[in-house]
Design a protein around this ligand. Structure first.
Ligand SMILES: *[C@@H]1O[C@H](CO)[C@@H](O)[C@H](O)[C@H]1NC(C)=O
Ligand SMILES: *[C@@H]1O[C@H](CO)[C@@H](O)[C@H](O)[C@H]1NC(C)=O
Ligand SMILES: *[C@@H]1O[C@H](CO)[C@@H](O)[C@H](O)[C@H]1NC(C)=O
Length: 375
């Protein structure tokens, strides 16, 4: 009798997990806005790809394992288990190199992303457009996009911005955790604004619109978020930020700005980092991330939310979202909590539909500029 009950339970769990787990992510691409693996490659290998075995589950690896590297969460087996279809790999350089070799180091990060995508071209497809993402998904490869994290990378030169685009970068975060000469970062919110978004900053935003580059407002101050939305003629996005009303961290987005994002037709890709989702990071869990997502939907609507987990960029992730294999659990949780909100269609919008629409609009604005300016 006992054994039968046990077997029955196992059967139920197996059935349940095979029917609920991740269904929608097989039908629509999961697009993540932010993964800092390239910075780990720089820190741990000086960009020597021989020292990183992407094809191996590195959970217990003596260098890359979670016990040894607190900010390492990524490899191919786990990305596949996580059903990640498209990933923005981040070309990030520390604020300490602003006014020094920021540009050279940024180009080295772009270089390592490109070599990585090429080395693993059986699994990855270097992508620069919505069409690339859709095609990679159809062919079962992970679309690999490049994002530049921090306006200090462009060294206040529009020519450099244009060449970053030419090298394949499809977003630039206007700042990292330091002000640029033309935009304040989020930490000024804890003191006072220095110069907000300057006239040159508005020009940077418009040049990005013209190029077809996504304007990323994660890391900028509250005022700069609003001012960049006003300056942009295309939808903006946040590559990795959560909801300020749920966790009052300056990296998160306040409700007043969420309402502007809705009007602007932009998208906030939710950051999972323990410290951004819960004021007590040790207590952070997958339920907290669900709260952030639901809050953004409550304030800005179902068309304004996406995923930008920040794996490999932070040293602590919530219980239940320990590494890149866990995304499907979040989709299952949302649906289990509120099936009337989280229909399959809405889960697909969260997974990547909203981001793809934003990116498509950014591409459209670019082509309108091109035809009106150069015909
Ligand atoms: C990776 O390895 C860990 C530790 O052995 C295991 O718990 C996990 O299920 C593995 N994940 C995948 C996707 O193979
Ligand atoms: C920054 O913008 C805010 C909001 O528009 C404004 O109140 C403030 O005076 C500005 N500060 C500076 C230094 O530009
Ligand atoms: C569930 O979703 C519906 C539809 O979006 C919403 O009106 C309702 O408030 C949600 N329920 C909870 C408990 O959040």
């Amino acid at each position: 009798m006992k054994l039968d009950a046990g077997l029955f339970l196992i059967l139920c769990i197996t059935l349940l997990s095979s029917t609920t787990r991740s269904h929608v992510l097989d039908e629509a691409p999961l697009i993540d806005g932010h993964n800092d693996l390239p910075y780990n490659l720089y820190k741990l290998t000086e960009n020597n790809l021989d020292k990183y075995n992407f094809e191996k589950n590195l959970t217990n690896d003596p260098v890359w394992g979670s016990k040894y590297c607190k900010s390492c969460f990524t490899d191919l087996p786990r990305l596949r288990a996580g059903k990640v279809a498209a990933q923005f790999w981040v070309a990030y350089v520390d604020c300490k190199v602003q006014y020094k070799d920021a540009l050279a180091k940024t180009i080295e990060q772009i270089d390592v992303i490109k070599r990585f995508a090429k080395r693993y071209q059986n699994y990855l497809h270097l992508a620069t457009s919505t069409a690339d993402i859709t095609n990679a998904f159809a062919s079962g490869k992970i679309a690999s996009l490049i994002g530049v994290e921090g306006g200090h990378s462009m060294d206040s030169r529009l020519g450099v911005l244009r060449m970053l685009y030419d090298l394949g970068a499809r977003y630039m975060t206007l700042t990292h955790a330091c002000n640029t000469p033309w935009a304040d970062n989020s930490y000024v919110d804890d003191s006072k604004p220095v110069h907000n978004l300057t006239a040159f900053g508005r020009l940077v935003v418009r040049e990005m619109n013209r190029l077809g580059m996504l304007v990323d407002l994660s890391h900028v101050s509250h005022n700069v978020m609003n001012q960049a939305i006003d300056a942009s003629v295309a939808p903006i996005f946040f590559s990795h930020s959560s909801a300020y009303a749920v966790r009052n961290h300056n990296r998160n987005v306040q409700d007043s700005t969420l309402r502007k994002v809705k009007e602007n037709r932009g998208v906030v890709m939710v950051n999972f980092a323990s410290n951004f989702v819960n004021s007590d990071p040790l207590q952070a869990s997958i339920e907290d991330v669900a709260k952030h997502i639901n809050h953004i939907v409550n304030v800005a609507g179902i068309n304004s939310v996406g995923i930008g987990a920040d794996y490999d960029g932070v040293s602590s992730m919530p219980k239940g979202l320990e590494d890149v294999s866990k995304y499907p659990d979040l989709f299952d949780l949302l649906q289990a909590q509120n099936a009337s909100r989280w229909t399959n269609e809405n889960l697909k919008l969260l997974a990547g539909g909203n981001f793809l629409r934003v990116f498509q609009e950014v591409e459209n604005v670019c082509s309108e500029y091109t035809t009106s300016m150069f015909k």
